[in-house]
Design a protein around this ligand. Structure first.
Ligand SMILES: [Zn+2]
Ligand SMILES: [Zn+2]
Length: 372
C-alpha cells in the first residue's frame, strides 16, 4: 500500500475538527473533485481520497479508532481502505440535492410535491395554541385506476417503440459522420408506457385534483413566521411514490396593546404624575387575567416592572416567558382652576427642593452645553 495521506490533512482540518467542520470540508472538496465536474486526470483519485477520509472521520467509532491507531486498525483487519466497495460515482445532483436532475427511469415512483399554506391567526391564538380545519386543494392519486391512468380491468402497456425506456435514438448521417441524438420517445411521450383505454375518472393522468380538509393543531407559543410541517399531506406521489409534505406558515396578527418579543410580552401602562410620585397599587392586564402591581413612590417614566411567568408558553421546553410593564407618566391636558392652583403651589416648593438636591445635575448640564 502506498503511503496514505493523513485523513485530517486530506480534508484540510485539525484533529479537533467538529462534525460540522468535517461535513463542510467534505462537501467543498467533493464538489471540487467530483469527476462530473472536474476533468483533471487526478480528480478521480483525489475524490476517492476525500470520500474515504470523510467516511472514516464522519463516523464517531471509526474516527476514534483512527485517532488511536492511524491507518492501521488492528480491529478492522487491514485498515479502512478495504477498497472495492467504492461503487461508481453517483450523479452529483443525487449527492448534494437528494435526487432530481440526471437521467431517471420514466416509470420510477416519484415523490409528490410539497405544498405551502399561509395561515393568519390572532395574537392570543399564537400564545395559547389553536386547532383548526383548513381546506387544501391538492393533487392525489386517482382511486379508480390506482394511479395507473388505465381503465379498470386494463393495464398500461410497455411502449413498443422505446421498449419502456421513454427515449429514442435518432441517427443522422451528416457530412461530419453519424450523429446519435437521444430524445423523448414520440410514441409514448417519454413515459415508456402507453395507455390504450384511459381511466374515465382521471382521463389517463393517474391523478385528480381534490379539496382536502386537514386538521391542524397549532401548538401554544408559536411565533410569527413559524413553519409547521405536516408530513405526507402535500401532493400525492406518482406511480406509487410517497406524498409530499404540507408546510403551514404561521402569520400572527398584532395586538392592540400587547407586544411580543420571543416568549416575553410587553405592555405600556399609563400612570398619573401623582401615582408615580406617591406610589400606588394598580391593576394591569395580562394575557389571562388582571394582576396587581405595586408602584413604588418616586417611580420615573419609562421604568419597567416584570411579572414573572406571565408571558408566552415556551414552544420547546417548559415554563413561560415574562410580561414586562413599561410605565409611562402622562401629563394631564386639561386641568381645573383648583388643580392649576395646587400645581403652582407645588411647583414653587418643588423648585426650591430641586435646587437643593439636584444642584450638581444642573451644574453638569450647564457645563455640557458650554462645552468645558
Ligand atoms: Zn415509447
Ligand atoms: Zn384514474
Amino acid at each position: 500500500m502506498a503511503d496514505k495521506r493523513d485523513y485530517y490533512e486530506v480534508l484540510g482540518l485539525g484533529k479537533d475538527a467538529s462534525d460540522d467542520d468535517i461535513k463542510k470540508a467534505y462537501r467543498k472538496l467533493a464538489r471540487q473533485y467530483h469527476p462530473d465536474v472536474n476533468k483533471a486526470a487526478d480528480a478521480e483519485m483525489k475524490f476517492k481520497e476525500v470520500k474515504e477520509a470523510y467516511d472514516v472521520l464522519s463516523d464517531a467509532g471509526k474516527r476514534s479508532r483512527y485517532d488511536q491507531y492511524g491507518h492501521v486498525d488492528p480491529n478492522a483487519g487491514g485498515g479502512f481502505s478495504g477498497g472495492g466497495d467504492f461503487g461508481g460515482f453517483g450523479d452529483i445532483f443525487d449527492m448534494f440535492f437528494g435526487g432530481g436532475g440526471g437521467r431517471r427511469d420514466p416509470n420510477a415512483p416519484q415523490r409528490g410535491n410539497d405544498l405551502q399554506y399561509t395561515m393568519t391567526i390572532e395574537f392570543q391564538e399564537a400564545v395559547f395554541g389553536k386547532e383548526s380545519d383548513i381546506n387544501i386543494p391538492r393533487t392525489e392519486g386517482c382511486d379508480t385506476c390506482f394511479g395507473t391512468g388505465a381503465k379498470p380491468g386494463t393495464k398500461p402497456e410497455t411502449c413498443s417503440v422505446c421498449h419502456g425506456s421513454g427515449q429514442q435514438e435518432v441517427v443522422q448521417n451528416t457530412p461530419f459522420g453519424r450523429m446519435v441524438n437521444r430524445r423523448a420517445c414520440s410514441h409514448c411521450g417519454g413515459k415508456g408506457q402507453v395507455i390504450k383505454e384511459k381511466c374515465p375518472t382521471c382521463a389517463g393522468s393517474g391523478s385528480v385534483k381534490k379539496q382536502r380538509k386537514i386538521h391542524v393543531r397549532i401548538p401554544a407559543g408559536v411565533d410569527d413566521g413559524a413553519q409547521l410541517r405536516m408530513s405526507g399531506e402535500g401532493e400525492g406521489g406518482l406511480r406509487g411514490g410517497p406524498a409530499g409534505d404540507l408546510y403551514i406558515i404561521i402569520r400572527v396578527k398584532s395586538h392592540e396593546f400587547f407586544e411580543r418579543e420571543g416568549d416575553d410580552i410587553y405592555l405600556e401602562f399609563p400612570l398619573t404624575f401623582a401615582q408615580a410620585a406617591l406610589g400606588d397599587e394598580i391593576e394591569v392586564p395580562t394575557l389571562t387575567e388582571k394582576v396587581k402591581l405595586k408602584i413604588p413612590a418616586g417611580t420615573q417614566t419609562g421604568t419597567y416592572f416584570r411579572l414573572k411567568g406571565k408571558g408566552v408558553p415556551r414552544l420547546r421546553g417548559v415554563g413561560q416567558g415574562d410580561q414586562h410593564i413599561k410605565v409611562v407618566i402622562v401629563t394631564p391636558r386639561k386641568l381645573s382652576e383648583e388643580q392649576k392652583e395646587l400645581l403652582r403651589q407645588f411647583a414653587s416648593v418643588d423648585g426650591e427642593q430641586m435646587q437643593e438636591h439636584e444642584e450638581s445635575f444642573f451644574d453638569r448640564m450647564k457645563r455640557a452645553f458650554r462645552g468645558d
